[in-house]
Design a binder for this molecule. Structure first.
Ligand SMILES: C[S@@+](CC[C@H](N)C(=O)[O-])C[C@H]1O[C@@H](n2cnc3c(N)ncnc32)[C@H](O)[C@@H]1O
Length: 277
């Protein structure tokens, strides 16, 4: 038989169960979310990335969102939520001097010319590509004031990291000890921080390639290791946008793993490099 005090013990338990039932999540038709993210940001392989999907679901529960419908509606009306979701699902792997041959070619192009260059790294992730270019230009004693260099990426967290410019041992492992000593300050926590003279030369902006409308703006545009996450339709669209961003005669450098389609306004110059005609 239930004693007097048992009434007080059992009530909260019942209430807890009721709350649990009410907040039980139903993420059926979650492919609607991946479809939405594909349309807006171009990310195609999300549906097959089980870890990213389960991260998204845990994140939404933390945000007190328990159905696909609520998730979608918040994505559409809350830009901060959309940004946090993008920060979870984008793949940001990068490091210094990645695919360095094309970077060396870029530096020789600048060195052989006397004019100024406007360069875009799209996507720049946490900034390693931008600072690698600045390091290689400095190694050739090129006056950095001739070069304006900017990095764009979709992931706001990566851009914060790019601006801080603190890098791990792993990220700088392709640099020589002399380069590390010359272009970084070693912090107490073991990270390498880019020297202020180079930091001051780099600019970073958050942008989704599919929302860019600028035209004839850059002399050199690097787009490496982003096309691999796009399907053919998005790759074609991204190539059109890149062609528009380039000045006539400007250069597009793609990543080794990236596939692009033949474009009437792009002619091959050397492996992985195209010129806008
Ligand atoms: C693997 S990183 C490549 C970084 C660097 N270019 C490299 O080759 O090391 C891919 C980056 O693409 C960015 N990205 C994905 N979709 C994008 C989009 N629609 N617009 C701009 N950046 C995007 C991601 O946020 C991620 O930082």
């Amino acid at each position: 038989m239930m004693g007097f005090f048992d009434i007080f013990k059992s009530k909260p338990l019942e209430q807890e169960r009721e709350v649990e039932q009410k907040t039980e999540s139903d993420f059926s038709h979650f492919e609607e979310v991946t479809e939405y993210l594909y349309t807006r940001s171009g990310i195609t392989d999300l549906g097959s990335r089980r870890v990213s999907i389960s991260k998204l679901k845990s994140f939404s529960k933390e945000e007190n969102i328990h159905t696909t419908e609520e998730f979608l509606s918040k994505l559409q009306r809350d830009s901060n939520f959309y940004q946090e979701v993008l920060n979870i699902v984008t793949v940001n792997e990068t490091y210094f001097l990645r695919e360095v041959k094309e970077l060396e070619w870029l530096v020789s192009l600048v060195k052989e010319s006397s004019r100024d260059f406007k360069i875009l790294s799209l996507p720049c992730s946490s900034g390693e590509e931008v600072y690698s270019i600045l390091i290689l230009l400095s190694e050739q004693d090129i006056d950095l004031s001739r070069v304006e260099i900017v990095g764009y990426d979709l992931n706001s967290k990566m851009l914060e990291d790019a601006k801080k410019a603190h890098y791990s041992e792993r990220s700088v492992s392709n640099l020589t000890p002399t380069q590390k000593q010359k272009y970084f300050m070693q912090n107490g926590d073991g990270t390498y921080e880019v020297v202020p003279q180079l930091k001051a030369r780099a600019r970073f902006e958050q942008n989704n390639i599919f929302e860019l409308q600028k035209k004839n703006e850059f002399d050199i545009l690097l787009s490496r290791n982003m096309f691999i996450y796009f399907d053919e339709a998005k790759r074609d669209k991204a190539t059109d946008i890149i062609v528009n961003l380039l000045k006539e005669g400007g250069y597009f450098i793609k990543g080794h793993a990236d596939t692009i389609y033949n474009h009437p306004k792009l002619e091959g110059v050397r492996y992985g490099v195209y010129r806008r005609v």
